[in-house]
Design a protein around this ligand. Structure first.
Ligand code: NAP
Length: 352
C-alpha cells in the first residue's frame, strides 16, 4: 500500500472523480477540494459507482480557485497534487474573465501553495486546446511541441483560459518553482463512463445524440480519450521520473468524425441508440447547421466554428515515455452512452 497523500482539485468533476478513484485503488490517501461541502456525499456516491470503498482514505476541503482561502490547508502534507479543476462552460460566458480568472489565478494559487508546502510534483490538467487551435488548416499531426495561437481563429474564452493557465504554470516554474516539479496532461475530448448525474460538456454531446436532439451528424471531428485512460495518464505523469517538465497529449488516437461516433453507437447499442442520427448532414447545410443546431444544443456552441476542420493529433509521446496504453475511441464513446442508459440519463431510451 502507498501511504502518500495526494490532493486532487475539483473532486466533483468528471475527470477528477476517476483520478480520485484510481489513486484510492492504488492505496494513496486522497484529499480533494469541492466548492461546497454539500458535494461531499455526491463524490462519495460516485466512488461507490466506480467500485471504490473510500472510507477514511478520502477527505475533503472546501476551496474555490478564485480565493486564497484554505489552499494552504488543502496541500498540507501532500506528496503530489493533481490540479484538475477548471471552469468548463457549455456556453460562452458573457465576460471572458469568468473563465480566465479561475483558470489562470487558480493554477497559480495551487502551484504557489504546493511549492510552499514542499509538494514533490504537481500535474496540471491542461487540454489539447492549448496545442492545436488558432492555426491554419494542416495535414500534419499536432504534438506536444505545438502551442495554440490565441490570436488565431476558433479561440473561445475557454481555449484562451487553458492556454494562458498552462503558460502561467510553466512561467511560474521558470521563475519561482524552486524544488517543485511540474508535469502537464493535455487531453482531447474526454469520454467514457459517467459516475453521476453532473455531466461534463464532452459527455453532454453524447447525451444530445442519444436524446435525438440532432437531425444528422454535423461535419465535426475531434479527438477522443477515455476518462479512465486520462486519469491513468495523470497517475503516470505524477510519479514517472521522465515526466517532470513535460507535457503529454492524452488521446486514444487520431481524430474521429461525429458521424463515425454515431455509427459506432448505433451498431453497438442497437435500440438503446435508436435516436442517434443515422445520416450525415450534407455539406451545403453545414453553415446553416452551425447556427441552428448550436442554438438548441449548447454542447455544440464552442465547436460550431470548427465545421469541416480536422486537427490531427498524435499520442506517441505518452505511449513511449510513460508506456501508456489507451483504449479505443469506439470503446470510450460506447461506454459513455451505456453509462447514460444505465443511470437513466437518456430520454425515453430502452436499454440494449
Ligand atoms: P467538469 O466535470 O466540468 O469538472 C470541472 C471541475 O472544476 C468541477 O469539479 C468544478 O467544480 C471545478 N471548478 C470549476 N470552477 C471552479 C472554481 N472556480 N473553483 C473550484 N473548482 C472549480 O469537467 P472535466 O471534464 O472533468 O474537466 C476537468 C479538467 O479537464 C478541466 O481542467 C478541463 O479543462 C480539462 N479538460 C476537459 C476535457 C473534456 O472533454 N471534458 C478535455 C480537455 C481538458 P463544480 O463541480 O463545483 O462545478
Amino acid at each position: 500500500m502507498n501511504g502518500d497523500t495526494v490532493l486532487v482539485t475539483g473532486g466533483s468533476g468528471f475527470l477528477a472523480g476517476f483520478c480520485v478513484a484510481q489513486l484510492l485503488q492504488e492505496g494513496y490517501r486522497v484529499r480533494t477540494t469541492v466548492r461546497s461541502a454539500a458535494r461531499e456525499q455526491e463524490v462519495r456516491e460516485a466512488m461507490k459507482v466506480a467500485g471504490v470503498v473510500a472510507g477514511d482514505s478520502l477527505s475533503f476541503v472546501v476551496a474555490d480557485l478564485t480565493s486564497d482561502t484554505r489552499w494552504a490547508e488543502a496541500v498540507e502534507g501532500c506528496a503530489y497534487v493533481l490540479h484538475v479543476a477548471s471552469p468548463l462552460p457549455s456556453t460562452a460566458p458573457k465576460d471572458e474573465n469568468e473563465v480566465l480568472v479561475p483558470a489562470i489565478e487558480g493554477t497559480l494559487r495551487v502551484l504557489r501553495a504546493a511549492r510552499d508546502a514542499g509538494v514533490r510534483r504537481v500535474v496540471v490538467t491542461s487540454s489539447f486546446v492549448t496545442i492545436g487551435y488558432g492555426h491554419p488548416a494542416t495535414d500534419r499531426a499536432f504534438t506536444e511541441e505545438d502551442w495554440t495561437d490565441i490570436n488565431g481563429p476558433g479561440v473561445t474564452p475557454y481555449v484562451k483560459s487553458k492556454v494562458l493557465a498552462e503558460r502561467a504554470a510553466w512561467d511560474f516554474m521558470d521563475r519561482e518553482g524552486g524544488a517543485l516539479e511540474l508535469a502537464v496532461v493535455n487531453p482531447v475530448g474526454i469520454f467514457g463512463p459517467v459516475l453521476g448525474p453532473h455531466l461534463a460538456s464532452s459527455v453532454r454531446l453524447i447525451k444530445s445524440l442519444m436524446d435525438g436532439r440532432l437531425p444528422g451528424a454535423p461535419d465535426l471531428s475531434f479527438g477522443v480519450v477515455d476518462v479512465r485512460d486520462a486519469a491513468d495518464l495523470h497517475l503516470r505523469a505524477m510519479t514517472d521520473p521522465g515526466a517532470a517538465g513535460q507535457r503529454f497529449i492524452a488521446t486514444a488516437g487520431d481524430t474521429v468524425f461525429l458521424h463515425q461516433v454515431c455509427l459506432t453507437l448505433r451498431q453497438r447499442l442497437g435500440a438503446g441508440a435508436r435516436k442517434v442520427p443515422a445520416r450525415r448532414l450534407p455539406s451545403w447545410l453545414l453553415r446553416f447547421v452551425a447556427r441552428f443546431v448550436a442554438r438548441f444544443v449548447p454542447a455544440l456552441r464552442g465547436i460550431a466554428g470548427d465545421l469541416g476542420l480536422v486537427r490531427h493529433v498524435d499520442n506517441t509521446k505518452a505511449r513511449t515515455v510513460l508506456d501508456w496504453r489507451p483504449r479505443s475511441s469506439e470503446d470510450s464513446v460506447t461506454a459513455t452512452a451505456q453509462s447514460l442508459l444505465d443511470l437513466g440519463l437518456v430520454k425515453e431510451a430502452k436499454r440494449s
